[in-house]
Design a protein around this ligand. Structure first.
Ligand code: GDG
Length: 749
């Protein structure tokens, strides 16, 4: 470890030493040149001074014919410590006189040439010599030239001294820097090592590290994110700690509800028997409610009461109008109730679907309320209440009332079976008090619903709307703290239970064809090339599902990104629904028109961008389509929950495919990793489509894996289990209350 540290520090120090030596090598000659130039300038000045001082005397001496005086003057002046030699040249360039030390080979011509250089120097045996030439003036007229040679060897000596000092200084500086570096590096290395060790021990990972390790905060953040990813991936492979499945639901029924009978009431039946070409055929209707409640019923093996709507339904029931379903495995009883066409028209199409459905959905379709429909609605609710009483084997069954077709049923059952546990689940949104206020029978509907023990909605927001509506229209006591409403001596718990689907088990998944095969089959069936990109939508053909907006977004995509023309197709499954109602038939005709228009605009004989399949599909065909798709589009304008998005996610065990989900679907609260859009904003949906079609595989995997873990954990058994567990606790509390009351009655005087 210590060796490593030293090696690391050497790796830093060696370049530093090399840099310092290089700097010294560069700096020293530079300094030499500089000092030389300074001294040359000094010597020039000094030479001028000497020349000026000697000029008159030399001029006079030149006039004497003997010239001894000139020689003596020169010799005397040359005794100056720095002045090496003096020479006197005639104006013609002849050396007239010179001192003794004057170099023999330096004639006047050479001396003049040398003096013209910027730093005039000569090298003699004794060292470097500075040369300068000055005029000798007589009456301001030059009469000769004086050559002065100054000693420069002292400059070299000084330069050598300076070099020595500089090298010592650089070595000392390098040493000091190295020492400081080593000490600081040691200290920070130790700090980093300790900090990193602390991080690895987990300190500062739960919370951000303290001040001492602040510089490690980015590392800690990265490590935290990585750990979270690993943890998520690990948890996903494990699944939820205690997964909700049919067995856990059955155990809950046995323990908390003492195996009491479970009765489900819904308008739509889970299996429809119809006369087909080959005899009696069984169909599973396109309904989110059926998708969710059926697996729960199979786990509870109770009785399901529903409207018998199939053309061969009556042929397969016994004399009590019962038939065991699912066909083949017969896990629970389906009790069929027959409605006259008038009842169906008034109760189902009229009050429920022309009145309550648009009332509860903000989809800009006006609700229609008719007195006659209301009467049928009340009467049919009463008929279902009678059927519940007849099917009940005890006075306290658990009754699960499903949806807006039966708002009056809870109070009607409560009147006949006061000890029943009635759980009502409202599958669609609940509007705000103002919107609900337009219903002429608002009070009756609220009173009917408050016959429930538990009233469930998909989201807290719907619960809040309901409680505020009761507050506005009834004189009830509301306890916000525990979300209960007391009305006429009975209490109702208003709670949110987000619905879901049954998570496919191993055996189911093993029966699926591989994704590539599904893709190939779907593309072949639609006559599309193998590299075609595919988006799908699967819905009941309903105006709340945003099918029109979806088509317009597809059109906009092709307009904004023409590269998708001929390479992209959108398949819309639209299962027939309520087509008898004018609002629905007009809407459905409009969708056909728009699909055709888009195909005319962007398609040709061999290419259709929109494939509108407005017919009922088998469950397997839907699953195949989900597995074949690159993108699933759920663009509801308003939706209680929406199960299609959850089915798509459950079908993608390859963790590929992108979900585009409306923010107005209840599911948007749970499925955050989808591309969430406002379906009214066509550009936003078109852009999301483009983003989905170009999303990298790794991002798809990350989003899909997370969505799958959510849907797997929050499955339909959890939805039912939480409601039944709440019901179990409620019943226990009521039994204790009753016993206390009975006891205090005995004690009473
Ligand atoms: C209400 C609320 C809430 C569709 N076409 C076919 C077919 N389907 C199935 C789908 C899915 C179901 O129908 C539709 O479920 P949704 O959740 O979209 O909706 P709604 O029917 O409007 O249900 C809704 C739900 O209740 C549950 O509480 O989520 O918000 O409006 O399962 O796969 N099924 C078959 N053939 C088709 O052609 N077999």
């Amino acid at each position: 470890m210590a060796m490593n540290t030293i090696r690391l520090q050497l790796r830093f120090l060696l370049p530093l030493v090399v840099v310092l030596i290089a700097a010294a090598y560069l700096a020293l000659p530079l300094m030499d040149r500089l000092t030389l130039r300074w001294f040359a300038r000094d010597l020039d000045l000094r030479g001028n001074l000497v020349a000026t001082a000697l000029s008159d005397a030399v001029a006079d001496a030149l006039n004497e014919s003997k010239g001894d005086r000139l020689q003596a003057l020169i010799d005397r002046s040359a005794q100056d410590e720095r002045l090496l030699a003096i020479g006197v040249c005639s104006l013609e360039g002849q050396l007239l006189r010179h001192s003794r030390s004057y170099p023999s080979d330096l004639d006047c011509v050479h001396a003049r040439t040398a003096a013209l250089q910027t730093a005039p120097q000569l090298r003699l045996a004794g060292g470097a010599v500075h040369l300068s030439m000055h005029p000798v003036l007589a009456d301001s007229e030059p009469v000769a030239q004086m050559v002065l040679l100054h000693d420069l060897s002292f400059v070299e000596r000084r330069s050598q001294d300076t070099q020595r000092y500089l090298i010592v200084f650089i070595v000392a500086l390098g040493g000091t820097i190295a020492l400081i570096t080593v000490v600081v590096a040691q200290l920070s290395w130790r700090g980093w090592v300790n900090g990193a060790r602390a991080l690895l021990r987990g300190e500062g990972l739960i919370r951000p590290p303290g001040a001492s390790a602040r510089e490690l905060a980015p590392v800690a953040a990265d490590l935290r994110a990585r750990l979270r990813d690993l943890d998520d991936a690990y948890r996903r492979t494990l699944g939820p700690l205690t997964e909700w499945d049919p067995e856990r639901l059955r155990a809950l029924l046995r323990s908390q509800l003492r195996g009491d009978q479970v009765i489900v009431v819904s308008n739509r039946e889970p299996y429809i028997h119809g006369r087909g070409a080959t005899g009696i055929e069984v169909q599973r209707p396109a309904s989110g409610l059926i998708t969710a409640v059926e697996p729960v019923m199979r786990a509870c093996s109770g009785t399901w009461i529903a409207h018998g709507s199939g053309s061969a339904d009556a042929e397969v029931v016994d004399r009590d109008d019962r038939v065991r379903v699912p066909p083949g495995s017969e896990e629970y009883t389906l009790r069929r109730l027959w409605l006259t066409p008038a009842e169906e028209k008034g109760y189902y199409y009229g009050f429920a679907n022309e009145g309550l459905w648009p009332l509860c959905h903000v989809a800009h379709v006006r609700p229609v309320f008719r007195e006659a429909d209301w009467k049928h609605y009340r009467a049919v609710n009463q008929r279902f209440a009678d059927a519940v009483v007849r099917e009940a084997r005890s006075d306290d069954p658990v009754v699960l009332v499903q949806d807006y077709h039966f708002a009056l049923l809870p109070a009607m059952i409560r009147a006949r079976l006061p000890r029943a546990t009635i759980i009502t689940f409202w599958h669609i949104p609940w509007p705000n008090p103002e919107s609900f206020g337009i219903c002429p029978w608002r009070r009756e509907i609220l009173q009917g619903m408050l016959g429930s023990t538990i009233l469930g909605f998909h989201t807290r927001y719907h619960c809040k709307n309901f409680i505020e509506t009761v507050d506005r229209h009834l004189e009830a006591r509301i306890e916000h703290e525990n979300s209960t409403i007391s009305y006429h001596g009975a209490r109702t718990l208003v709670e949110s239970y987000p619905i879901s689907i049954e998570w496919p088990d191993e055996a189911t998944r093993a029966s699926w064809a591989p994704v590539e095969v599904c893709r190939q089959r779907v593309l072949e069936r639609l006559n599309l090339p193998a590299d075609h990109r595919l988006a799908v939508g699967v819905d009941r053909f309903d105006y709340t599902k945003g099918i029109l907006e979806r088509l317009q977004a597809v059109e906009l995509l092709l307009e904004k990104h023409p590269r998708w023309i001929g390479r992209f197709g959108f398949v819309q499954i639209a299962a027939p629904s309520r087509s008898e109602l004018p609002e629905y038939s007009a809407f459905q005709a409009r969708i056909h028109e728009v699909a055709q228009r888009i195909n005319q605009r962007f398609g040709h004989a061999l290419y259709k961008p929109v494939h509108l399949l407005a017919r009922h599909h088998g469950h397997d065909a839907l699953n195949e389509l989900y597995r074949a798709a690159d993108v699933c589009l759920v663009t509801s304008l308003h939706d209680g929950m929406n199960l299609v998005c959850k089915e798509f996610v459950a079908a993608r065990d390859d963790e590929q495919g992108v979900l585009i989900l409306s923010r107005f679907a209840g599911a948007a609260a749970e499925m955050r990793e989808a591309l969430i859009v406002n379906p009214y904003h066509l550009d936003e949906t078109a852009d999301a489509l483009h983003q989905a079609l170009t999303m990298p595989v790794a991002e798809q995997r990350e989003r899909m894996a997370s969505l799958r873990s959510t849907v797997r954990e929050f499955n339909v058994y959890r939805w039912a289990g939480r409601m039944l567990a709440d019901a179990g606790r409620w019943r226990l509390r009521e039994r204790i209350d009753a016993r206390v009351l009975e006891h205090s009655g005995h004690e009473a005087p």
